[in-house]
Design a protein around this ligand. Structure first.
Ligand SMILES: Cc1cc2nc3c(=O)[nH]c(=O)nc-3n(C[C@H](O)[C@H](O)[C@H](O)COP(=O)(O)OP(=O)(O)OC[C@H]3O[C@@H](n4cnc5c(N)ncnc54)[C@H](O)[C@@H]3O)c2cc1C
Length: 506
């Protein structure tokens, strides 16, 4: 199907690639402009000394057919091309009281384990498990972009999914930290709090329930091979659909004529034109730099002035010449308390969370293993080192040394087995993707923002759309991919076309 209409998409991250694929499926002529020389944006990985440093996802919603997102990954050519590992645990947390909490991926096993650990918390555990079961029985709607739901759709959704909507409303209002504090059991209090802390201190409890439901349905697995391999699969799909991607093309302005977006200017001065422009790059840069803040209203201003950007991290990766057969598979690793806190990147750190990739041998040479740790970071701290490369380098080295010495206590002999070390800071992620304050998932997901929506168009500007983690409150890789798909649904509606999709034949 070919259309006369052309699209320029800025950014070949998850949102841009997804919008590109669905744009082609629906007959638009699509050109993606990407500043980097590779696809993926934040969903990336890189090679060092025979190891693949996996710079992104620990788990992904929709890896198995039990969840609606799976259809999108199949349409985008990810599965079955990429293999998936379903770990026995999503996360392991060693408590300060010496007991260990396993966030099992099987719900019955998880429920038994919670009851064993916390016999006095029966009512709270009932409530939690009941909530997860509601999410098990229903799929999140993906057939229509939320912006296209009319009153009839809303009524149908309300009637057919009433228990789901009621559970959503209930659990998205409760911050996970508050829910954790209701437990009598110290280990559950600590463990649920620590799970929330991985994402944000204000994470709504609904996120944990959704993760538990997706895990139980074997649809929250780990895609083998690292972020770049994942992105390349979607890039292949896009090229196979006849799309055009131009790497090394850095946009510096969106061209506007009579309040219509007509194209972009690249940093090298070239101007490229299209019928519609979709920015799948950083939201703040798009609105305030490339469009000079001319197309905003109170709602957009409030978001950019008052919402918090999601946390950023330091990613320490180690290539270790040994295997770890004794370590249970856990997608997000094991959190354990340090005997003494350490200061890393200006922050006091009390726990470590090694992720040991004994379940992905493709990331290391035979018999060896990739380990990685994500450490909460202060963007301002790293930003202040921007002008002093020697200090920046020394700080990274200090972090690697500190981590190796602490891990050596837990896995004796490890220090002498480390043959590759790599420290990526918030400035590294910012360089990859140009994302504001290096926020790893766009906006922080909180009990307040969970039920809000962010517009994908700007007031007063026509032929212009936005996709990706800055226009979603529930983002991550699936959220960005869905966002790209939704934008093409909006375009199809405007152009009076039926939105169509296809799945590649393998
Ligand atoms: C360490 C880490 C771990 C994560 N773990 C998970 C996980 O386990 N599960 C999960 O679901 N999500 C995870 N995420 C979040 C997820 O990676 C992101 O939310 C998602 O990839 C964002 O995709 P996006 O397309 O919206 O934005 P981006 O990836 O930021 O893509 C934007 C693209 O625009 C390009 N661009 C920017 N400026 C320009 C310009 N001027 N000209 C041209 N191109 C430009 C960038 O180069 C980039 O390719 C993680 C993120 C990080 C950093």
């Amino acid at each position: 199907m070919t259309s006369d209409k052309s699209l320029i998409i800025i950014g070949a991250g998850m949102a841009g690639l997804s919008a590109g694929c669905y744009g082609r499926m629906n007959g638009y002529r699509v050109r993606i402009l990407e500043q980097d020389m590779r696809p993926g944006g934040l969903c990336t990985s890189w090679e060092r000394r025979g190891y693949t440093i996996h710079g992104n996802m620990a788990f992904l919603a929709g890896t198995g057919p039990g969840v609606a997102h799976h259809r999108i990954w199949r349409e985008l050519g990810v599965f079955p091309e990429i293999q998936v590992v379903d770990c026995e645990n999503m996360l392991i947390i060693e408590g300060r009281d010496g007991r260990t909490f396993y966030l099992h991926t099987n719900l019955e096993q998880l429920e038994r384990h919670m009851r064993d650990l916390a016999p006095d918390d029966g009512r709270l555990i009932d409530d939690f498990v009941r909530g997860v079961r509601v999410f098990l029985s229903y799929q999140l709607p993906i057939d229509k972009a939320p912006e296209l739901l009319g009153p009839g759709d809303m009524i149908r959704l309300l009637v057919s999914r009433f228990p789901l909507i009621r559970a959503m409303k209930k659990w998205q209002k409760i911050p996970l930290q508050d829910f954790a504090r209701r437990f009598q059991s110290p280990v559950l209090r600590e463990a649920l709090g620590a799970f929330g802390g991985l994402f944000s201190d204000n994470l709504p409890a609904v996120f944990l329930l959704l993760c538990a439901a997706w895990n139980h349905r074997k649809s929250f697995g780990y895609p083998v091979g690292g972020g770049l391999k994942f992105a390349r699969a979607i890039e292949r799909r896009f090229l196979g659909l006849g799309g055009d991607v131009q790497y090394g093309s850095r946009v510096s302005k969106i061209l506007v004529k009579d309040d219509h977006a007509v194209g972009v200017r690249l940093e090298d001065g070239r101007e490229l034109y299209a019928d519609d422009v979709i920015s799948a790059a950083d939201g703040r840069t798009t609105i305030f730099d490339w469009l000079d803040g001319k197309y905003i209203d109170a709602r957009i201003r409030t978001i950019y002035e008052t919402w918090t950007v999601s946390p950023c991290v330091i990613l320490v990766s180690l290539g270790v010449s040994r295997s770890f057969p004794e370590v249970p598979w856990s997608a997000a690793g094991t959190i354990y308390p340090l005997e003494q806190p350490v200061t890393l990147g200006g922050q006091e750190i009390r726990t470590l969370r090694p992720m040991i990739y004994n379940y992905d041998p493709t990331l290391a040479p035979p018999g060896k293993t990739l380990l990685r740790l994500m450490i909460p970071a202060s963007y301002d701290y790293w930003d202040s080192l921007r002008g002093t490369p020697d200090v920046y380098k020394a700080e990274k080295e200090k972090i690697a040394e500190t981590i190796i010495s602490r891990l050596d206590k837990r896995y004796p002999g490890l220090a002498s087995q480390v043959e590759m070390r790599d420290v990526a800071t918030p400035l590294t992620f910012e360089r990859f993707a140009g994302n504001w304050k290096a926020g790893m998932m766009g906006w922080e997901l909180t009990a307040k923002t969970a039920s809000r929506s962010i517009p994908k168009t700007l007031p007063g500007l026509r032929n212009f759309y936005m996709a990706g983690q800055w226009v979603e409150t529930f983002s991550g890789i699936p959220g960005s991919a869905i966002s790209g798909r939704n934008v093409i649904q909006l375009l199809c509606r405007r152009d009076r076309k039926t939105f169509v999709t296809s799945v590649p034949s393998h």
